[in-house]
Every structure is written in C-alpha cells, then in structure tokens.
Write a new protein. Structure first.
Length: 403
C-alpha cells in the first residue's frame, strides 16, 4: 500500500508540486507569525519587568488596591528583615526597596501633580535595563538631591538636566515638606502614561521628605523570568497569614494578560483561516486527481479490492503528501525564522508607548508543532470526502471512465 501510494503521489509531478507549495507556504506562515507574536509577549513582559514592576512585589496588605491614594498608610515594618528573607530564596537576583509618594513638582513658574518613587539607585540601575535615558544620566547613590523625570513630566514643566526643581509633599502626620532637587536625567519607559506622571529620587531623599525611615514595597527581580511561578509560590507561603502580601508582575500589569489574550485569539483565527485555505486548495487538486483516476480505481475494485482498501490507499496518499509538505515547511520556517532573527525587524513604538524595538522570530516547539499539525490535518481532511466518494462509486460506473 505504501509503494502504491508513493507512486500515485508523484505520478502528476506538477500538480503534486503545486499542492505541496500550498502546504509549505501555509506551515511557514504559521511558524513565522507564531514566532513573531511570541516575541511580542516576551519583549513586552521583559520591558514591564525591567522598567517598572520587577518579577514580584511585596507590600503591606491592601497596598496594591488602596496604596496609590494613601501610600503613607502602607509602610512595611522591619524592612531589612523582610529584605533578607526574600533575598535568601532560590532564584532571586535582587530585592529593591521603594517608597511611593505623591506631591507637587515646581519648576519656579508652575506646579505639576506627580507620582514619585524613592528608589535605591545602584540596585535599580542594575535591573532597569529597559529604562531608556533620553537626556542626562542615571541617578546615583551619591545624588542625595538628584531627581529623574519621566519624559512627559520634563516636557510639561519644560525642564532639562541641570535645572532645579522643588518637590512638595505631605508627610504621614499631615505636615508639608519641601526639598530642592537637581534634574540629573529624563527617562523613557515602554509606557507614555507612566512617563507622563512619574519622578524618581533616592530612597534616602524620599524618607527625608516624608520624615520616615520605612518603605512601601520591595521589588523582587529573578535570574530567570520562567521561575516567577515557583518563586511566587515560595514567597506566598512565607507571607501566608502575615501582614504582607505578594503580587506577580502579570497581576500588577493586567493589560499584559489582556494583550496576550488578544494576540492568542488573533493567532487562533489565523490558524483557522490557514486550515480552511489549505483544505480548499488541496481539495480542489484532489477532486481533479481522483476524477482522472476513477477508471483506475474501478479497475482496482474489479480485481477484487474492497472499497476500504481503495479508501486506505487514497488516505495513505494524503498522509504522505501532508507529511512531505509539513516537513519541508517546518525546515524552511525554522530556517527563515533564524535568519530573520539574526537580521531583526525594526518595529515602531506600540500604542501608548514611547520606544520602538527590534522584533525577532522566537520559535517555540509548541508553536512549530501547532503549525505542522494544522498543515497535516488540513491535507488529510481535504482527502476524506473525495476518497469516500471515489471508493463508493459502483464498479460498472467507474469502469466506464476507461472507455
């Protein structure tokens, strides 16, 4: 049966080549599009992690829901003890303290409401690899009264590195406190909204402003993003029934999950379209081929072969054709993906973002397997109805096609 199917597949070389071309192009298209979408997920996730949220954040219970309005009410007691406990967990790379506040930033002419973060500059600089400086330099530990401005804040107040600003905040006791800061740099993250309202100062300066030696949140970064689930479970086990809680980066940035869901659905629709396209293309060729071979199939039946044998021969041909097409498509798709990734695809800034990026084709075994499965199922599926119909044609009627 295998030899017979092999001979039949390559009997009409041009027609077979056209069918294989449809399968190969479809599989290649699915592999490249799937790899492109996967790269979007990875790069967006890393941009979020290494410019804003880290992999995990630990704060006092209620901070993540109410803390943005009253961060001074959600301070972590025994901050250094908590940091040490988190730092000892396997897979943890860095544990950074932050102190959040809100206030008014003045450039000498006008005020602007801002959201501020007191950060540990050296630690943040090591992990903030996706934070781009459009002007000036990074904040250093020695910059006691230095300030980093989001690009939107700098543009609104029309200030640049070297200018002086005044930051006015309310302490937890309700008193007003103000300090002067030198602008040392202007940053861009992946989010315009974040850059339009955020400033960063050293943790010491933030504690001086708020007259407090505590922090709001610990930002935990990991050596490998794939370890997020494992480390998060370990952190949650440590904090269970305690005054603190942990949130993963996917939860802190719910738009990431929505983006993943959106692109997954789009890719699913693309797979359905490709499946239908291959079905129709292959079915058209199969119908023509089987019509030309009706007399031959009738002869097989007349020689004593049952309908089931004829059906199995035709399905073996479909399986062979699909396997060849999928194999060539996978090899070509993976090769093209590697070449495209080496070159890179320059991409404009996504919606609500400041920075463009260089996309790649990130190939995953699951994506390649899904593309191959779609191509194979479409090819085999295209043969089913014509093969059933051909195997059930009465022998006498099929033999007339030989006349």
């Amino acid at each position: 049966m295998f030899k017979l199917a092999f001979r039949n597949v390559f009997r009409q070389k041009i027609r077979t080549a056209m069918t294989l071309a449809v399968i190969v192009v479809s599989v290649v298209g699915l592999i490249l599009s799937g790899g492109f979408v996967e790269d979007i997920f990875v790069q967006l996730g890393e941009a979020i992690i290494h410019s804003q949220s880290g992999h995990l954040q630990v704060a006092k219970r209620g901070y993540f829901t109410e803390g943005s309005r009253k961060p001074e009410q959600y301070l972590i007691p025994d901050a250094e003890g908590t940091r040490g406990t988190l730092a000892r967990l396997d897979g943890v790379d860095e544990v950074m303290a932050r102190l959040s506040f809100s206030g008014l930033l003045n450039n000498g002419r006008t005020d602007m409401a801002i959201v501020g973060e007191g950060i540990e500059p050296d630690r943040e600089a090591r992990v903030g690899t996706y934070l781009h400086l459009s002007a000036g330099r990074q904040l250093k530990a020695t910059d006691r009264h230095g300030i980093l401005l989001g690009e939107g804040v700098a543009q609104s107040l029309q200030v640049a590195p070297g200018d002086r600003t005044t930051l006015l905040v309310s302490t937890p006791e309700g008193a007003m406190n103000a300090l002067e800061f030198d602008v040392v740099g202007v940053f861009q993250s992946f989010s315009k909204d974040y850059d339009a309202r955020t400033v960063k100062i050293s943790l010491g300066a933030a504690q001086e402003l708020l007259d407090s030696d505590m922090v709001n949140v610990f930002v935990v970064t990991l050596r490998n993003t794939k370890d997020t689930h494992r480390v998060a479970e370990a952190v949650e086990a440590l904090l269970i029934n305690g005054p603190l809680e942990a949130r993963r980066w996917q939860v802190l940035n719910d738009f990431y999950s929505k983006t993943v869901e959106l692109y997954d659905r789009q890719l699913g629709v693309l797979r359905i379209i490709v499946l239908v396209m291959v079905l129709l293309s292959v079915a058209n060729t199969v119908n023509l081929t089987i019509f030309e071979r009706t007399g031959e199939l009738g002869t097989m039946r007349a020689l004593g072969n049952r309908s089931r044998f004829v059906f199995r021969v035709l399905m073996m041909e479909s399986l062979m054709l699909g396997t060849i097409g999928v194999t060539v498509g996978v090899v070509l798709g993976v090769s093209l993906g590697g070449v495209i990734s080496m070159i890179g695809i320059p991409m404009p800034p996504p919606p609500n973002a400041n920075l463009g990026y260089t996309a790649q084709i990130r190939l995953l075994p699951s994506q390649v397997a899904a593309a191959a499965l779609v191509g194979l199922l479409a090819t085999v599926g295209a043969f089913v109805v014509p093969a059933l119909r051909a195997s059930r044609i009465p022998v006498a009627e099929a033999l007339r096609y030989n006349v």
